[in-house]
Write a protein that binds this ligand. Structure first.
Ligand SMILES: Cc1cc2nc3c(=O)[nH]c(=O)nc-3n(C[C@H](O)[C@H](O)[C@H](O)COP(=O)(O)OP(=O)(O)OC[C@H]3O[C@@H](n4cnc5c(N)ncnc54)[C@H](O)[C@@H]3O)c2cc1C
Length: 345
């Protein structure tokens, strides 16, 4: 239930709010603000609202029907959805899912047209290893891989990403778990390559369950140095051993013997980064401060431009549905107070 706040909807304020990004943070904010009497327009680059609830997390964990029925409820309370619209700054960074956007709008135009703006665009930029051979065929980032599997399940594409065995999954975080699970369910021979010990991963419990159940071979304390290819397609990864110093620091021992792990596909699951629809220059023009690629907000989730708020993974970095929802709602409350203080002037 997205809007218990709507038991007694308030009179229309005549004020317009734009919400950029329709994941859990944006959807919860939209429900709250619509019930507080504002005209709420949600923009999202993907063909339907839901963010990672629809295009990331598998149906067995978050049923899509539930998300879709919440979106219908939001429409009933007047929220206007604009899907297939990517919000951009002056410089556009490539992110997962961009190909599905039908059109783009500059964020400056949004800021001028609306009384307040909430940015909830999540963390859709994937970290890369930055090694030679990374642009070969059959090299994917984890989010791109999962996203394309969901597109196929949802009927937005006809095929899944093409995979050749064995598959090397580099990384051991939560997204690596989901990648591994998809590969194992399909019966594909898979390895994990991790630069720490598997037991040091925050996702150790889930990973070790899959490793045992599907007999996955783990190459721990290994750092990929380059991806090997033949005729443009992956054939293996060169790995160097990683040593742990007495103070716990990791050191890649390039002087030691390297090994080649033969594989047909590499999936880089080394994390995602916040993806605000603002490059440095646009942020500066709008008076919004970015810190390490994240939008800087105060305790009211308000950016350094008072009419722009932000919440969810775009502020926190990859987090959870609970955190995104909590910050989305808190930001919506603060945005509502901001608008009401403007009305009183
Ligand atoms: C594979 C995977 C599995 C996960 N599983 C779980 C789980 O089981 N439990 C859990 O608690 N958490 C899980 N998470 C984390 C959780 O999904 C996120 O923390 C949460 O969805 C973040 O919500 P959000 O609203 O901030 O962003 P998102 O859900 O990422 O939504 C952001 C939205 O913004 C849109 N967008 C981005 N850029 C633009 C732009 N420039 N213009 C227009 N639209 C844009 C995107 O299309 C997207 O719809 C998982 C994450 C991943 C990647």
């Amino acid at each position: 239930m997205l809007f218990k706040h709507c038991e007694k909807p308030l009179d229309k304020t005549g004020l317009k709010v734009a919400i950029l990004g329709a994941g859990p943070a944006g959807l919860h904010a939209a429900g709250y603000l619509a019930c507080r009497g504002h005209e709420v327009h949600v923009f999202d680059k993907l063909p339907e609202p839901g963010g990672l609830l629809i295009f990331g997390i598998p149906d067995r964990r978050i049923p899509k029907d539930r998300v879709r029925s919440s979106v219908r409820e939001l429409e009933k309370v007047g929220v206007i959805f604009n899907t297939g619209v990517k919000i951009v700054g002056k410089k556009v960074s490539p992110e997962v899912g961009d190909l599905l956007a039908r059109t783009s709008i500059n964020i400056r135009e949004i800021v001028e047209r609306f009384d307040a703006v909430m940015i909830t665009t999540g963390a859709w930029r994937c970290r890369k290893l930055g090694v030679e051979g990374e642009n070969s065929r059959y090299v994917y980032t984890a989010l791109d891989f999962i996203f394309n599997i969901r597109l196929r399940e949802l009927g937005y594409s006809e095929s899944e990403p093409e995979v050749r065995e064995p598959v090397a999954v580099v990384g051991a975080g939560r997204t690596a778990v989901d990648v591994l699970e998809e590969l194992c369910i399909r019966g594909l021979k898979t390895y994990i390559v991790y630069r720490r010990r598997l037991q040091d991963s925050r996702a150790y419990r889930e990973l070790s369950r899959l490793v045992t159940r599907y007999n996955v071979k783990v190459y721990e304390l290994r750092q990929p140095l380059r991806i090997l290819s033949s005729r443009g397609a992956v054939t293996g990864i060169e790995l160097a051993p990683v040593l742990i110093d007495s103070d716990g620091k990791l050191r890649v021992a390039t002087e030691r013997e390297r090994e080649v792990l033969e594989c047909g596909t590499v999936i880089e699951a080394i994390g995602e980064e916040p993806s605000p629809p603002l490059d440095e220059e646009t942020a500066r023009d709008l008076g919004v401060s970015l810190v390490g690629g994240r939008i800087l907000v105060n305790e009211n989730h308000q950016s350094t431009n008072p009419k722009i708020f932000a919440a969810g993974d775009v502020v926190l970095g990859p987090s959870s549905i609970g955190q995104a929802t909590k910050t989305g709602l808190a930001a919506a409350r603060a945005l509502d107070s901001f608008l009401r203080s403007q009305l009183r002037r």
